[in-house]
Design a protein around this ligand. Structure first.
Ligand SMILES: Cc1cc2nc3c(=O)[nH]c(=O)nc-3n(C[C@H](O)[C@H](O)[C@H](O)COP(=O)(O)OP(=O)(O)OC[C@H]3O[C@@H](n4cnc5c(N)ncnc54)[C@H](O)[C@@H]3O)c2cc1C
Length: 387
């Protein structure tokens, strides 16, 4: 395995790093405080091509793949997690379309996302169905050339600004995961509306909202893939995005611990900078080890998806990266708060923001427990090639 980056990937990293430092970092505290969606930063992403990293050239992208997107997300997450999530959403709302959509759907929704003329969101979770997503209740009933969708999704990231929604609904309510169908729902669909924004612990720059379907009239041509075959497509979508959630974790860990290291160089106790105390050095070393391991897992997971393997057989590779890197983010943020002491608890320093933002990462896109279930299943099925 060789992770030396191509010239193109190195260029993406440098571009994203510059945007993170010059555009995102100065706005991060304000976004956290106001909960404002940073339209100006979206425009910078659009102008610099970051929105199209994950898409092939024939759909308006640059073909930099999951690894290209992961590198950019890592850099942006060093400065701010909401702004990293904005990039992640380009993949979360379109992976299933790239996998199972029609040419017309790809030309409209994937190209639109790549070029920044459309924004998408992903609607799976419901009040009664999170980890156990086969239990969703939103149903879709055939009505001529349309389907009528009825139900409620909640906690949908980026919904307040999205133009379209990748939505899972039941076309056969008695068939469990075999009754799933994936729809693209345009924002102006009659019978559909975006509900209230949630009050949440962190990641304030990207609002999460309810989606309300009241016999929403969706054309059958907006079905992605086949009727009742959507569960696999939704799992593919989630699997292929897990390396990008891992990249958010990796960048968060790097950003927060770097702040703590810089602080430890200047804060003095007992006659020397605290970075000279071995107890502090041990804490930093523990985080550094985990970051290096998380980086390998994350980049390998990105490459695995780019090789076309977001399937069940490779799911453990993606889940390991997601669980490990996001838990590293939580651990790094917790360590950083400790290194700053009382200042770590105060809003004058950004580490408490990183701490709150990191906490989201082990829950979304499948909790850490769900990732372990996937890993354990593939271990049990002998898919890890240990023999
Ligand atoms: C800020 C935020 C943004 C989100 N954005 C989106 C979005 O854009 N689109 C979307 O569709 N969803 C989104 N979600 C929802 C998210 O994906 C779910 O919260 C997540 O899948 C977990 O579901 P749940 O919260 O219902 O927890 P539950 O499924 O109720 O789980 C509760 C606890 O039980 C554990 N658990 C559950 N089952 C098992 C098991 N079999 N074995 C062991 N432990 C188990 C879980 O790990 C967790 O600790 C978002 C959530 C948040 C908080």
């Amino acid at each position: 395995m060789d992770f030396r980056l191509t010239e193109e990937h190195e260029l993406i990293r440098q571009t994203a790093r510059k945007i993170a430092r010059e555009v995102v970092a100065p706005r991060a505290a304000q976004l956290d405080e106001t909960g404002e969606y940073p339209e100006d930063i979206f425009q910078v992403y659009k102008e610099t091509g970051l929105l199209g990293l994950n898409f092939p050239e024939e759909y308006g992208g640059s073909g930099a793949g999951t690894l290209g997107l992961g590198l950019a997300v890592e850099e942006i997450a060093k400065a701010d997690n909401s702004c990293a999530l904005m990039l992640l959403l380009t993949k979360l709302s379109t992976s299933a379309i790239m996998r199972g959509g029609t040419e017309a759907q790809k030309q409209k929704y994937c190209r639109g996302t790549a070029e920044g003329t459309l924004r998408g969101a992903f609607g799976l979770t419901e009040p009664g169905a999170g980890s156990d997503s086969a239990q969703i209740k939103t149903k879709a009933e055939k009505d001529g050339a349309f389907y009528r969708l009825t139900g409620t999704k909640h906690w949908i990231s980026g919904a307040s600004v999205a133009d379209f929604f990748l939505v899972a609904a039941k076309t056969d309510v008695n068939a469990g995961s075999k009754g799933f169908t994936v729809f693209i729902v345009d924002r102006d669909t009659p019978g559909f509306r975006v509900g209230k924004s949630d009050r949440k612990m962190g990641v304030h720059g990207v609002p999460t909202c309810e989606l309300i379907f009241d016999e929403a009239k969706v054309p059958a041509s907006n079905i992605v893939g086949e009727v009742n075959k959507g569960f696999k497509l939704i799992m593919w979508n989630l699997n292929s995005v897990r390396p990008i959630v891992a990249a958010r974790g990796l960048g968060t860990a790097e950003g927060v611990i770097q702040y703590a290291i810089d602080y430890a160089r200047t804060r003095e106790t007992f006659g020397q900078p605290i970075i000279k105390h071995q107890a502090i050095q041990m804490m930093i070393a523990d985080v550094a080890m985990r970051i290096e391991a998380a980086r390998w897992l994350t980049y390998n997971a990105c490459l695995t998806v780019d090789e076309g393997h977001a399937d069940r057989e490779h799911a453990h590779i993606l889940s390991m990266a997601k669980a490990f890197a996001t838990e590293t983010a939580v651990m790094a943020a917790d360590t950083a708060v400790q290194i700053l002491g009382g200042n770590g608890y105060m809003m004058d320093h950004p580490v408490e923001r990183y701490y709150r933002d990191a906490r989201q990462l082990t829950i979304v896109e499948g909790t850490s427990q769900v990732q372990r279930l996937i890993i354990a299943r593939n271990v049990e099925d002998d898919l890890l090639n240990w023999r």
